[in-house]
Structure formats: structure tokens, C-alpha cells
Ligand binder design. Sequence first.
Ligand code: FAD
Length: 474
Amino acid sequence: TDSSGDWDVVVIGGGTGGYPAAIRAGQLGMKVACINAWLNRDGKPAYGGTCLNAGCIPSKALLESSEMFHKANHELALHGVKVSGVAMDIATMQARKTKICSSLTGGIAGLFKANGVVGMEGTAKLLGNGQVEYTPHAGDKQVLKAKHIIVATGSEPVELKIAPFDHQYICDSWDALDFTEPPARLGIIGAGVIGVELGSVWARLGSKVTILEALPTFLPMVDATIAKDAQRQFAKQGLDIRLGAKVQSAKLVGKEVVVEFESEGAIKTETFDKLIVAVGRRPYTKGLNAEGIGLELDARGFLKIDKHYRTNIPGIYGSGDVVGGAMLAHKAIEEGIALVEQLHGEKTEVNYDAIPSVIYTTPEVAWAGLSEEQAKAKGHEVKTGTSPFAANGRAKALEAAVGTVKVISDAKTDRILGVHMVGPYVSEILQSVIVALEFGATTADLQLTMHGHPTLAEALHEAYLAVDGRAIHA
Ligand code: FAD
């Protein structure tokens, strides 16, 4: 490792908030190092952070495999495809997942080389005065001096005092991606994105899944029409989602987890073979020495930054989960890149009003911009349009004609404020919504935009038309 001399940029963290920033800095001719502490379960270092090793990618791999199994059992016969003896080999499923992850994380080392980024595997500690102490996983400590330091140390699962992780019975999301068999009775605390995705995986593979959610509303960040539709679909699949269920305690009794929760004023008990605690993620700054050098964190431990990603200490910046906001990989990527381009004197900005959000269940839930409730609360006079997938030809051919698209527009300006959807592959349709939001499109613009036939996106077009009562297939 060439760590001699001064660095233009030292990036702390090689996740999605860090490694693309390092690559962009390399492309712009800066002398850049990326220090990444991540170790996988086999003790091997890996770039890509949570997303590539324990988040987005492994979860999507398992969602796909479990959906294949589900389809083989329940859907192929509808097409006339006759199969028998369908069985699930979990070890093969897990090996496939690991292969996908390692091919992506391994690719980052190659990208670093191609772009002149020096990757350093180990932990970084802030020393102040532009200095970073680097402790390699193997080898001696070094001190790097940098003009700019980017903190992209990410996040970790929130642990509940009443249900501490033992990582065998009471598990975090990473543990739940590595199960070697479906637990017969799987409990999940938290009906958020991660809870319902992991619940779907293991339910399709045979677990009886119960999700306990303290809030009275399902997916409160999603438009109520869409969230209700999604809840109905998930219930049909056998996910037992209990809203207003406040967990009081979770205790290991023998090889079972006994969970006590309060619901409708009464204390109830459920017993599980495994429990996943998926109640959110918190910023990770352990070992960084933020306090030691006076780096300001907010009350919840997020790194405080201004709109140019600057912390209270000149020369130190932040990006990704550790700075808060939407804890999503693509948001982390765009922040890191915008930040580096700003350091290079460019005016790149992130548009926080056009962030895609997706839950990769079947059907998927995807949204961007405001829900009807949020738009009204912000004082907009709204007009809305909905369109069901039930009438969509492509969805029918896919045997997936469920769900709804809802468009929320400003009644005065005709501007699109948000689109919230539940339905087949709506994550892919959402990208056209992001482009529309990015360009400030009006409903009329989108009504006049041709959508291919037969595509799932036609349901979106119909919803745009429905805003003004013009839908053809309503
Ligand atoms: P991280 O990915 O956490 O990376 C931080 C890196 O910094 C790690 O490699 C860590 O080892 C390193 N580090 C920490 N401290 C130090 C130190 N002192 N020195 C050196 N290195 C350090 N998002 C999506 O957009 N789509 C999805 O489908 C999606 N699915 C998810 C599923 C699950 C189960 C989970 C848990 C998350 C999911 N996310 C998803 C969220 C996504 O993973 C995060 O938003 C993203 O990883 C944030 O990137 P980051 O770089 O900020 O943090």
C-alpha cells in the first residue's frame, strides 16, 4: 500500500456512501484512499458495506430464490407447466447468494485499481488536524494526512434492551439472511421494509411468520390507499401482521423465544423458534473518535452536516446512512459523489424530493414523492388518480394482476407531487416517475406521454389520466 505523502481525500468506509465517492475522486485526479473495516462472516474483508454484504443484494437474492420456489409450487401449473417433486435446497440458495455478493464486492477492488483509488482494509480513527490513524486488519498502524476526510461509516441494526441479540435465536437482519433452514415459527419485531422483506422470504420457504408492529398503521410512509392494498396482499400470503402490538419482552426459554406484547390493552404471548428484531438502523460511529476531536453528532448519533456535507470541523465531511435522512444505498451513492464533485469545485446537488423507495415483496411496493396525506399536510390542494393492475394485460400475462397505482398531483399547478404503487415489478416503473419528478413534469405532460403496450407502465399512464377523469379502462 502506498500511503506516503499527503492525500487529497481519505474516505472512511467502503460502503455505498464511501466507495463510489472514492472512485469519483480518483476519476477527478485526486489522490484518494478508502479505508474499510468490513469483515464478512468468514473473516474476509469486503468492500460494499451493508448493501452488498448484508443488505440490499443478499436480501434480493433470497427474495428471488424463495419466489421461484413459491412459483414452482403455486404458479407453474396455471401455465400448464407440470412439475413434481419440487423441493428447496437451502444450502444451494445460500451459496448462490454468497456468490452474487462476492462477485459484486470483488468487482470494487478492480474499480479502485482502474481509477487509482488506494483501498485499505482496516479501521480508521480520526486524530484531528486532518489526520487519520489507519489500523490494518493485518499490519502496523499508519497515520494518513488528508486535505479532505469523508466519514461514510454507515449504520447498524438497532438493538432492543428488552430483546438483546444472541444472533442464534434473537437475530438481526444479517443473521436472518444466513438462516440454514426456515424456522417453523418465525417472529419479527417491526413491519418496516426489512421486516416484511425478510418475512416474505422465510414465509415462502415454509415458516409461519408473525410480524409484531408497535404502530397502529401499516407502512405509514406510504400513501394509505396503497399501504392498505399491500397489507391485504401480504395477509393473503399468510403473513400475520399485528399492528399496535408493543413488545414488552423477549426471552429465550430452552430453544424457544417467548415474546410478550401488549395489544388492545391486554398482555399477550407468542412463542417462536427464531425472532428477528427489525426496528430500524442507527448511525455507526464506534471507534471513530468523533467525540475526541469534537466532531458534532445530533441527539440520535447522526453526523451533523450542512447542505454541502460539511461537518462542524473544516475538512471533514459525511455521506450515507451515518448522516441520516433516507437510509438507502442510492441516496448514499449520490451524496458521496455530489460531495466529491463539490470538493472539486462543481455544483452537483442531490434532489432529496425525488428519491425512489421500494419494498421488494411480491407484489412490490414502490413510491416517490408525497403521499396524499403528506401533500395535504403540507398545504397542497391535491387531485389524485388511481388505476388497478387488474385490467393490465401484461400483469395478467405475468399472472400478477394485483395492486394499484396512485398519482398525487397539485390541483393548482398540475405538477406531479408523488406516485405510490403496489403491484408487479413497480420498482422498475418507478424510475420513470423519478425522471418526471426531476423534470418537474405536470400531470398533462405525462398524460400526453406514450407508454408502451402491453407493459406494466400502462397502469401508471392510466393513473395519470385518471387524475383528470380521463382513464380509458376505468
Ligand atoms: P454501510 O453500508 O453500513 O457501510 C459503512 C462501511 O463503513 C462498512 O463497510 C463499515 O465496515 C465501514 N466502517 C465503519 N466504521 C469504520 C471505521 N472506523 N473505519 C473504517 N471503516 C469503517 N437500501 C436500498 O437502497 N435498497 C435496498 O434494497 C436495501 N435493502 C436493505 C436490506 C437490508 C437487510 C438492510 C440491512 C439494508 C438495506 N438497505 C437497502 C440499506 C442500505 O444497505 C444502506 O442504506 C447502505 O448500505 C448505506 O451505505 P453506507 O455506505 O452509508 O453504510
